[in-house]
Design a protein around this ligand. Structure first.
Ligand code: MCA
Ligand code: AMP
Length: 507
């Protein structure tokens, strides 16, 4: 039984053991290094007497050593719990108590406040890892002999828990199994036509599905050279383009690249494929990108709970404003609120089933039950149409969600924090079209009758509690929120009325 995803990856990437993660200066942490480094961290886990399924929580910057840590979790059967580095200590407290990690890895500067927050029955072991890939994690592992074993697992054993913000209440941890991840990686590797010699530009963060799973797994299965940038930087990417063949990004990457004169056909001469996802790619971005580079961006669609779900075809019509066809092995249907299948062309919620679909929410069986139909289909909350040949278009969201620069923000969470501020009677948070981030978070705030509230003060007050990307780029103070006859806030009306808020200035 070779169910461990690490088996699949190792088998392929060791065929090119001297390639690996290359930084902009050309320094390479090879696949052989990743294999040996992850084996030493696996030994450290053994010394700490961790058991398979124990959680390893990481809030660390992107570095090859972060990848080693992830691979060590895979090979030793630990559940990797990566967290956005933008989360504040306040947000972290919840993830620590909910996931009950056995190991916590964080930056040296964050260590004191994270240690202070870690309570509960079992105190985790703490290690540090900085953006250069140095810290007590690597220092401790480097003194140990590698543990070369790759644990035999069941296909549905846990590989990772990724937290997704919830429409109501707190974030939910999506439990992803080895099979979820490997089935998706193998399907994507095939349908995107990875070939020997492909070189990937990797500029995504590695605490989400896109950068951690989609990009890394496919490139590793291909034993590809990975040009590994610590973060997205349009000029840095343009410099690397002539050396690369594949790039993955959120739409903001593409709109930012288009602002640079260096994005030319010549710069893209060796590129084979540009892939976009995590948020809607605007028609304008698709068309301007094609005009500038000759490349039609391939858009695909996914979510944390299911990895990738649909993709435009590599060969055949790559259409803008469409996310293509279900991946091999993934069943989809478009349904009404009761789960009844709708005719082709009708707008409904996309429901999906397949080996990519997660095992449920961590320690939340009721939440899991609420999002699955009795026949096992998962309700994505995305509003779509499907045409007669099976092509899917996303036309909206049934869930109240803002996607800003590829990060999800649930308005309810932000509203909760704003409403708790002194002088605030109520608030509504919506996404307004934003030239850089696709959608920009905007807060509409109604002060209490006797109070006066300033937008800047609201933004300032939120900064200790919320990650920056969730904090409204603008606050509009108003006397009352628009409501319908039932008393429900009319967010559509706010979106419509303020649709040009970001159009004149890049906020
Ligand atoms: C940073 N800021 C943001 C964002 N990122 N605000 C809103 N939305 C964002 N995405 C804040 C910064 O803290 C800063 O605040 C200000 O906005 C400007 O920052 P800037 O320097 O422009 O940002 P950056 O560091 O260049 O980052 C922008 C980015 C980054 C490169 C677009 O957000 C990014 O890498 N996004 C990718 C997200 C991703 O991987 N999503 C995949 C999720 P201040 O000025 O106050 O300091 S996986 C997923 O969705 C599913 C499965 C899927 O289908 O893939
Ligand atoms: P997350 O929970 O962070 O994984 O975000 C998943 C959500 O991102 C999906 O449910 C969609 O609403 C959205 N999404 C991902 N890819 C696309 C895309 N290509 N077009 C439109 N929305 C997308």
């Amino acid at each position: 039984m070779r169910n461990n995803l690490y088996h699949f990856l190792q088998e392929r990437f060791l065929s090119a053991a001297d390639l690996g993660l290359e930084n902009a200066g050309g320094r390479c942490v090879t696949y052989a290094d990743l294999d040996a480094g992850s084996a030493r961290i696996a030994r450290l886990f053994r010394e700490l007497s961790l058991s398979p399924g124990d959680r390893v929580l990481a809030q660390v910057e992107k570095s090859p050593q972060t990848v080693m840590l992830y691979l060590a979790c895979l090979r030793s059967g630990m559940a990797y719990v990566p967290l956005n580095t933008a989360y504040t200590a306040n947000e972290l407290e919840y993830f620590l108590s909910d996931s009950e990690p056995s190991v916590v890895v964080c930056s040296p500067t964050a260590l004191p406040r994270i240690e202070a927050h870690a309570a509960g029955p079992r105190v985790p072991s703490f290690f540090t890892l900085d953006e250069q890939g140095r810290g007590s994690l690597i220092d401790s592992a480097d003194t140990l002999p590698p543990l070369d074993e790759v644990l035999e697992l069941n296909a549905d054993d846990l590989a990772a828990i990724l937290y997704t913000s919830g429409t109501t209440g707190r974030s939910k941890g999506a439990m992803l199994s080895h099979e979820n991840l490997s089935s998706n990686a193998i399907a994507l590797h095939r349908i995107w036509g990875w070939t020997p010699g492909d070189v990937l530009i990797h500029a995504l963060p590695i605490f989400h599905v896109h950068g951690l799973f989609v990009a890394l797994h496919t490139a590793m299965l291909n034993a590809s050279r990975i040009l590994f940038l610590p973060r997205f930087d349009a000029d840095g990417v343009i410099e690397l383009l002539p050396r690369a063949t594949v790039m993955m990004g959120v739409p903001t990457f593409y709109s930012r690249l288009l602002e640079r004169p260096g994005l030319t056909r010549d710069a893209c001469r060796n590129m084979r494929l540009f892939i976009s996802g995590s948020a809607p790619l605007l028609l304008e971005t698709f068309e301007t990108f094609e005009a500038s580079t000759g490349h039609r961006i391939l858009e695909r669609y996914g979510m944390t709970e299911a990895g990738m779900i649909t993709s435009n075809p590599l060969d055949g019509d790559r259409l803008p404003e469409s996310v293509g066809y279900p991946l091999p092995g993934v069943e989809v249907r478009v349904a009404d609120e009761q789960g009844r299948r709708l005719p082709n062309g009708d707008v409904g919620v996309l429901e999906i089933k397949g080996p990519n679909v997660f095992r449920g929410y961590w320690r939340a069986p009721e939440k899991t039950k609420a999002e699955f139909r009795d026949d096992g289909f998962f309700i994505t909350g995305d509003l779509v149409t499907k045409n007669a040949d099976g092509r899917i278009r996303i036309v909206g969201r049934a869930k109240d969600l803002i996607i800003t620069g590829g990060y999800n923000v649930y308005p309810k969470e932000v509203e909760g924090y704003i409403d708790a501020l002194e002088g605030v009677a109520e608030s509504a948070v919506v996404g307004i079209p934003h030239p850089d981030f696709g959608e920009g978070v905007v807060g509409f705030v109604v002060p209490r009758s006797e109070a006066s509230v300033s937008g800047d003060a609201v933004i300032q007050s939120l900064s200790d509690s919320l990650a920056k990307f969730k904090i409204p780029k603008q606050i509009v103070v108003m006397d009352k929120l628009p409501r319908n006859a039932m008393g429900k806030v009319q967010k559509n009306q706010l979106r419509e009325q303020y649709r040009d808020l970001f159009q004149t200035s890049r906020a």
